[in-house]
Design a protein around this ligand. Structure first.
Ligand SMILES: [Zn+2]
Length: 349
C-alpha cells in the first residue's frame, strides 16, 4: 500500500514562509496528512446518499462540531446542476453556522458507482448525476486544499476503523447492510483500494450460486440475498403480508415465524460471506452497520453459528463480528479521515 503526500498548493507557500519564523506545532498523528495547515483546522465532510445529503464540520480528533442535512431531492425533473445547487447551499449554510473556519480539506463519501479517484459519480439512487464531476466541482468551490471522494460504504468502514468498532485493530472489514450491501477493507492498518478503488465489495461475494438474481447482473450475491428489500421479497413469497424492512424486523421481534426465518436467512448469508472474507484476508474484526444491525440477535446469532461452522482455519476462528459503533455519522467521520489520516486511508491523488 502506498501513501501519497498531499501536494503542497502554491498558494500556501507564502503562508509557510511566514510561519517559518515560528515553528509550527507537530501534529501527534499523521503529520503528512495536513502538512501545510493549522493542526486544529477542521475538515468539511460530506455524505451523499439516495435519501439525504449530510455535511459536517469535523475536528481533527473526529468530533463533529456542526452538522446539517437535507433530504436528497427526488423530483424527477431535478437535473445535475439543480442537485449541485442544493448541495452547495447546504455547505454554505453549514460553514456559516461554523463561523467560516479555515479548512484542512474536504472529504466526501458518495454512493457508487464512480470513477476513482477523480470521482465522476453516478450514484445508483440519484439519477440526476450520471458521470457528474463531483471532485472537480468541489475543488473549484474550495480551492487550494485537498478534496477527496470515496465510496460511501468505504467511508463508513473508515469511520468505524478510525473512531468506531474497529479502533485499534489493523485488519478489519467494515460492512453496511441496508438497501444494498457494501463494505470497505482495512489491512495492515491501511485502506485497501484495489485497482479501481473498488476493493472491499463484500456485497457481491457469492453465497448461493442458485440464489436470486443480483442488481450487478450476477446471481446469489450476498447483496441479492441479505439486502432489506430482498428479505422483504423472500418473506412475502413465504406468505408474510408486510411490505417494508422496518415492518419485517418489527414482526421478527414479535415472533412472527416467517419474519424470523427471513432474519435467519440474512444472518446465514452474512456468516458465509464473512467466513470467506476472513479466510482470504486474515481479518480480526468485522463491523456491521445499516438497518440490519438493529435486528440484534435475530441476525447475529445465525450469523455467528454459520461463521463458526465455516471459519475453521485456526487464524480465522478468532475473528469477531460486532455491530457498528458510530451510527448515522460514521460516513462523515470516515470522509473526514480521508483528509486527516491520509497516510492510512488515501492512497491516490
Ligand atoms: Zn452482485
Amino acid at each position: 500500500m502506498t501513501s501519497t503526500l498531499v501536494p503542497r498548493p502554491s498558494v500556501e507557500t507564502a503562508t509557510g514562509e511566514v510561519l517559518a519564523a515560528v515553528p509550527a506545532p507537530v501534529p501527534e498523528t499523521s503529520p503528512q496528512a495536513v502538512p501545510d495547515r493549522d493542526a486544529d483546522a477542521p475538515v468539511l465532510a460530506i455524505d451523499i446518499g439516495g435519501t439525504k445529503l449530510a455535511a459536517a464540520v469535523v475536528e481533527p480528533g473526529g468530533r463533529i462540531a456542526v452538522y446539517d442535512r437535507v433530504p436528497t431531492p427526488n423530483n424527477p425533473a431535478m437535473d445535475a446542476e439543480g442537485l449541485w445547487r442544493t448541495l452547495a447551499a447546504l455547505l454554505e449554510k453549514l460553514l456559516a453556522e461554523a463561523g467560516g473556519p479555515d479548512l484542512a480539506g474536504v472529504g466526501v463519501g458518495c454512493g457508487g458507482p464512480m470513477t476513482w479517484p477523480d470521482a465522476h459519480v453516478s450514484p445508483l439512487n440519484i439519477p440526476a448525476w450520471r458521470g457528474f464531476p463531483l471532485r472537480d466541482r468541489l475543488s473549484e468551490t474550495y480551492p487550494g486544499m485537498p478534496v477527496r471522494v470515496h465510496n460511501d460504504a468505504i467511508c463508513l468502514a473508515i469511520g468505524e476503523h478510525w473512531r468506531g468498532a474497529g479502533r485499534g485493530r489493523d485488519n478489519m472489514l467494515g460492512m453496511v447492510v441496508s438497501t444494498g450491501v457494501g463494505g470497505g477493507l482495512i489491512l495492515n492498518g491501511h485502506l485497501i483500494d484495489g485497482a479501481s478503488g473498488n476493493a472491499g465489495h463484500i456485497g457481491h461475494i457469492i453465497v448461493d450460486p442458485d440464489g436470486p438474481p443480483c442488481g450487478c447482473g450476477g446471481r446469489g450475491c450476498l447483496e441479492a440475498v441479505a439486502r432489506g428489500p430482498a428479505l422483504v421479497d423472500w418473506a412475502r413469497e413465504q406468505g408474510w403480508p408486510g411490505t417494508t424492512g422496518v415492518a419485517l424486523a418489527a414482526d421478527a421481534r414479535r415472533g412472527h415465524p416467517v419474519a424470523q426465518a427471513a432474519m435467519r436467512r440474512a444472518g446465514r448469508a452474512l456468516g458465509l460471506a464473512i467466513a470467506s472474507a476472513t479466510h482470504l484476508c486474515d481479518l480480526e474484526v468485522v463491523s456491521i452497520g445499516g438497518g440490519i444491525s438493529q435486528a440484534g440477535a435475530l441476525v447475529f446469532d445465525p450469523l455467528e453459528e454459520t461463521l463458526r461452522t465455516h471459519a475453521r482455519m485456526d487464524y480465522a476462528r478468532r475473528v469477531s463480528v460486532v455491530p457498528a459503533a458510530l451510527g448515522q455519522t460514521a460516513g462523515l467521520v470516515g470522509a473526514a479521515a480521508l483528509v486527516f489520516e491520509a497516510t492510512k486511508y488515501w492512497s491516490a491523488d
